[in-house]
Design a protein around this ligand. Structure first.
Ligand code: HEC
Length: 149
């Protein structure tokens, strides 16, 4: 009898423990992707200001910022784990219902930010602007479809 209670108690404790662990994993995943977006937005807004003319055009600085955006654009996605539609997040549930579309837009951003680097390296502000707008369309399309206001 004692043994059975003991086993039940251990089972209960173990499952409570792994649930807490699972919650923690999800919380970490959400923080990870938000941090990646926040960092990406730092370098992104500098280029935005340049394109909009509120920041003097410094071709070398733009190249460095564009490379950071390119690198950071690879990082948010691993934070979109199953179950992470709940919690402190603005991500819509649709991400998991229409995963193909979400992944397509994520890939699109990677391609467009690589192009942004290539165009920035040409040091032609007109080409920079075009590449920037193309990448920006991906940001807004994805936010419209998959991010809560
Ligand atoms: C494939 C979809 C997708 C693309 C592309 C995308 N985002 Fe997002 N973004 C999201 C989602 C979803 C969230 C909400 C994340 C959350 O709250 O868990 C978000 C959140 C953010 C946030 C807020 C982060 C925070 O701390 O809450 C910023 C800033 C951001 N994105 C900037 C950008 C910029 C800039 C681009 C383009 C260069 C971009 N995003 C491209 C899906 C995307």
């Amino acid at each position: 009898m004692k043994n059975i209670v003991g086993v039940a108690l251990v089972t209960l404790l173990t499952s409570t423990f792994s649930m807490a662990q699972e919650d923690r994993k999800i919380e970490q995943a959400i923080k990870h992707r938000q941090a990646a977006f926040t960092l990406m937005a730092t370098y992104w807004s500098r280029i935005l200001q340049t394109v909009e003319g509120t920041r003097p055009y410094d071709p070398d600085a733009v190249i460095i910022d564009a490379r950071k955006v390119e690198y950071l654009s690879r990082l948010p996605w691993e934070g979109f784990v199953a179950g992470s539609e709940k919690g402190k997040t603005k991500a819509k549930d649709d991400i998991w219902l229409d995963e193909d579309q979400f992944k397509k837009l994520a890939k699109d951003l990677e391609t467009k930010t690589t192009k942004l680097v290539k165009e920035a390296e040409l040091k032609d502000p007109k080409k920079l602007k075009v590449a920037f707008e193309q990448a920006r369309n991906v940001c807004s399309t994805c936010h419209k479809e998959f991010r809560k206001k």
